[in-house]
Design a protein. Structure first.
Length: 389
């Protein structure tokens, strides 16, 4: 797997100190209604300011300053350059297939761009303007030759141009993950920020992932609901199992599990509760589950799919009880602190009616049967009269 990162680098001058950079960051984020906080546990995002003695640059990395195209990089770098009166360079790398460097100096009207690798596949078609770097690098002929060279990994360009840029390659590719390494921690200063409440409320956004061959619920058979977060990172969510069967427990559930790739599967316990509208539900709250942010930025479709699979979560369960009520099972997922951006799963809901779903199910699985050799994998055809209306 290649490298993914975006960061900013502020060229050192006699006037620029770590504190002046931090003050600039505070001012910039204050305009976006973000407030600095002292406690890491009370933060929405972190800004890392990295300053090493063997470099001509002070580096900044944060979700708040992420960029993935020419416009977004310039929009972020230009105000910082104007306030600090120096060069600001953005670097972004996409799975080591493509790397760009965009150097901005607002006072000098410099907008220098270099792209290394397959940018067209990401929709980035800006042409290199190598001559704009002539007064910005220590050895322009070597830098120009490096731009024309081929690289197995696009970020290899940073190692070749260390001396030209005065930027160590490791620093050029710095990200928040690097700060887990103690060798970077000693030279990093962390700032914590919290978003304004109005922007926080619009953050998390649950999306149900309907599979191509969605399977209805059957008595005693495991089923699952997969979901993604399409918004900002958040922690904690609630799961509700809803339906007219709950009040008198016509259907119950066992083996309820929350599954995801990078951490152990956890068992969930359901409680029967009555909601404010009088409806009954089975309910479980998971306060400590961390939902990563939605996949953003330019990338190949296969890379987007891979990242979404890594960030996907799954609720699995086994229903027991009245088979005539199985199509009524609804699973509701609500992010903590943001109930408006909830999402619900019901097997027939996306088809508009039970009748439409049953028609789709029977036609789809008729085609699947032609290729399925294991009779244990075959699903039965459904009849509308087998389910209460």
């Amino acid at each position: 797997m290649g490298s993914w990162f975006s960061n900013l680098h502020i060229r050192k001058t006699e006037e620029i100190t770590r504190e002046s950079v931090c003050n600039c960051i505070r001012d910039t984020l204050a305009e976006k209604k973000c407030t600095q906080v002292e406690c890491a546990e009370d933060t929405d995002f972190v800004v890392a300011v990295y300053m090493a003695s063997n470099s001509n640059w002070i580096s900044v990395c944060s979700q708040a300053f992420a960029h993935d195209d020419p416009d977004s990089c310039k929009d972020i770098a230009a105000p910082l350059s104007a306030q600090l009166h120096t060069d600001v360079m953005g670097i972004a790398c996409f799975d080591s297939d493509y790397l760009y460097l965009n150097l901005i100096n607002a006072a000098e009207s410099v907008d220098a761009w270099i792209g290394i690798g397959a940018g067209k596949e990401l929709g980035i078609t800006r042409r290199n303007n190598v001559t704009a770097w002539k007064k910005k690098v220590a050895d322009y002929p070597a830098f120009s030759a490096a731009v024309k060279s081929a690289y197995i990994c696009a970020d290899g360009f940073l190692a070749v141009t260390e001396r030209c840029l005065g930027l160590p390659a490791e620093q050029g590719g710095i990200s928040l993950d690097y700060l887990k390494d103690t060798s970077f921690q000693q030279d990093a200063f962390l700032l914590y920020f919290r978003k304004a409440e109005e922007s926080r409320s619009a953050g998390p956004n649950i999306q149900i992932c309907y599979m191509r061959y969605a399977v209805p619920c059957f008595d005693g058979k495991e089923n699952s609901v997969s979901f993604l977060n399409d918004g900002s990172e958040f922690c904690g969510l609630s799961v509700y199992f809803l339906g007219p069967f709950v009040e008198h427990e016509g259907i119950t559930f066992s083996d309820i599990r929350l599954g995801y790739l990078r951490e152990p599967i956890r068992d969930l316990e359901l409680k029967k509760i009555q909601l404010s509208d009088g409806q009954w539900a089975y309910y479980s709250h998971i306060p400590d589950i961390l939902m990563p942010p939605g996949v953003r930025g330019r990338m190949k479709p296969e890379k987007r799919y891979q990242l979404e699979q890594e960030r996907m979560r799954k609720i699995s369960f086994v229903p027991h009880g009245n088979p005539r009520k199985m199509l009524d099972i609804t699973v509701l997922i609500i992010p903590d602190g943001n109930p408006d951006n909830q999402a619900a799963w019901n097997i027939w809901h996306q088809h508009g009616s039970k009748e439409a779903f049953i028609d789709w199910h029977n036609k789809t699985w008729k085609k699947v049967r032609a290729f399925e050799t294991d009779p244990n994998q075959l699903l039965p055809f459904l009849k509308l009269e087998d389910f209460d209306e």
